[in-house]
Design a protein around this ligand. Structure first.
Ligand code: NAD
Length: 473
């Protein structure tokens, strides 16, 4: 039974969980993590870590998921950098006591709300954005003055190992530790008492985490997945179809090749337009990924054999296989699945009942696009709902008659660009002819949120990202 030699990184073979947690708790009780100076020093050190190790992070992401540097900067490093900077500029404000009004009868008493850290925070992260989904909650925990244990996903081993080896070199290892491992280690951690657990992952594991948390009445935040529908109201804006299709393709096969919790899961379209939509999707896939996407080095691969097999099983169900209208090529050795489109697979097949989390896109046809509301309401609540429509009355119906983590009109996934919560209504339109000034100023905010660095990377990167991001709809 030996522990790791590096201070903040722990090998659980050593059974040192309790000892390490004891150290973290002592550090927290000492009051050290509460000061603004400590919080800011840790945040700055994290920023330095990201800047010093950019190439190593790109390498780890390439190793685990085949992510290209443009995607890695946009979805991982850039996200962390922005988050650290945002926190650095808001820590003082977050820590400041807030005045609270008191009833006149208690005059001259005054009320104050004092924010205080919770204590010891346990973070479980997922493998699909293994750097940003690990570090973003760490930034939150540090900013609030807590001690932290990060347990990265074992399914992105190079990123997990990078975090475990590098974090102790930059951050205060008496207050912030990384523990690597899978379900067994997670179970060990869950037996301890925590003051907060932040979990990103699947609903089935979230149930295990929440059940364990009950014992100590530990508050838990769970960031889960789900099926994200995209309503394609072709009729309301036929002239914009080309841009809309580019956004669907970029949103489906762009970030992590479909392995994204808020990516497009399936598309709803009126049956009379399905053929045209599919033809346009095929044309756009060809334009973005070429005749032979398997040769392309810029498209992320499926994370591992387990998930490859899961996706293969979805496709191999006979009635689902019969519904493939584009793609379907798979290569287990390269963990590659071609961008694949399916037309009306059976609604009770797993591909339509479970989150797909991969490069498969079912197109579901309806007689009338308004039926999409009932279709969505008859299924579990989506994490994100997208709708391409110019019909204002239909938009209002979508907002008032459906429930989801977020609603985005006429774009895909941009709700994460500018510090919007997943659980919000993102009423985004980017039409310069639109006379509504509020909407246009919002568009400007989004444009400014994109740093020059991003623009440079996008320009020298894939045409796909550039086009998807800047054309007007
Ligand atoms: P997962 O549930 O398999 O794993 C998540 C974490 O839990 C990992 O750190 C893992 O090591 C740990 N874990 C695994 N088994 C455990 C057990 N028995 N007990 C305790 N912990 C255990 O999820 P995943 O495959 O990493 O991620 C995919 C899911 O995450 C998808 O459903 C996706 O939609 C969701 N997700 C959500 C968000 C979001 O922000 N809402 C972001 C990314 C991914």
């Amino acid at each position: 039974m030996t522990g790791s030699g590096v201070n903040g990184m722990i090998s659980m073979e050593g059974g040192r969980v309790e000892e390490s947690i004891g150290e973290l708790r002592r550090t927290f009780r000492s009051g050290k993590t509460r000061s603004a100076a400590w919080r800011k020093a840790q945040l700055k050190a994290l920023l330095q870590l990201i800047r010093d190790n950019e190439d190593k992070i790109f390498e780890a992401l390439k190793h685990d998921l085949g992510k290209n540097p443009v995607e890695s900067y946009r979805d991982e490093l850039g996200v962390v950098e922005k988050s650290v900077k945002y926190s650095l500029s808001h820590v003082d404000e977050w820590m400041a006591p807030k005045k609270s009004s008191m009833p006149l009868i208690f005059f001259p008493a005054r009320g104050q709300v004092l924010p205080e850290p919770l204590g010891l925070v346990l973070i479980f992260s997922s493998w699909n954005f293994p750097i940003s989904l690990a570090l973003d909650p760490v930034i939150g925990a540090i900013s609030a003055g807590n001690s932290v244990v990060l347990k990265p996903s074992e399914q992105a081993p190079a990123c997990s190992s990078f975090l475990a080896n590098t974090i102790p070199l930059y951050l205060d290892s008496k207050a912030i530790k990384v523990i690597e491992g899978g379900a067994e280690i997670s179970q060990q951690l869950l037996q301890q008492k925590w003051d907060k657990i932040f979990f990103t992952g699947s609903p089935s594991v979230a149930r295990i985490v929440m059940s364990a948390a009950v014992k100590h009445l530990t508050p838990v935040t769970v960031e889960l997945g789900g099926k994200c529908p995209t309503i394609f109201d072709y009729l309301s804006s036929p002239s914009d179809t080309e841009v809309a299709v580019k956004r669907v393709v970029g949103g489906k096969w762009g970030p992590c090749n479909g392995q994204a919790c808020i990516g497009v899961d399936y598309v709803l379209v009126e049956e009379k337009f399905a053929f045209h939509l599919i033809e346009m999707l095929k044309k756009t896939i060809k334009k973005f990924y070429g005749e032979n996407p398997k040769q392309l080095k810029d498209i992320s691969r499926i994370v591992n054999k387990h998930h490859f097999q899961r996706l293969r099983n979805l496709l191999e169900e006979p009635l689902v296989a019969a519904s493939i209208v584009h793609g379907g090529l798979i290569d287990e050795e390269k963990l590659f699945i071609e961008p694949t489109i399916l037309l009306d697979p059976p609604l009770d097949a797993e591909i339509m009942t479970e989150e797909i989390f991969g490069p498969l896109l079912p197109i579901i046809t309806l007689k009338n696009i308004e039926e999409s509301i009932e279709f969505i309401n008859s299924r579990p609540k989506p994490l994100a709902l997208y709708a391409f429509t110019k019909d204002e009355a239909f938009k209002r119906r979508i907002l008032s008659e459906t429930s989801s983590g977020s609603v985005t009109f006429n774009d895909i996934m941009i709700q994460v660009l500018y510090s919007m919560p997943f659980f919000s209504v993102n009423y985004l339109q980017r039409n310069p002819k639109n006379k509504n000034k509020n909407k246009n100023s919002f568009n400007c905010m989004i444009a400014f949120a994109v740093s020059l660095r991003h623009i440079a990377l996008w320009r020298c990167g894939t045409e796909r990202v550039w086009e998807v991001s800047w054309e007007i709809l």
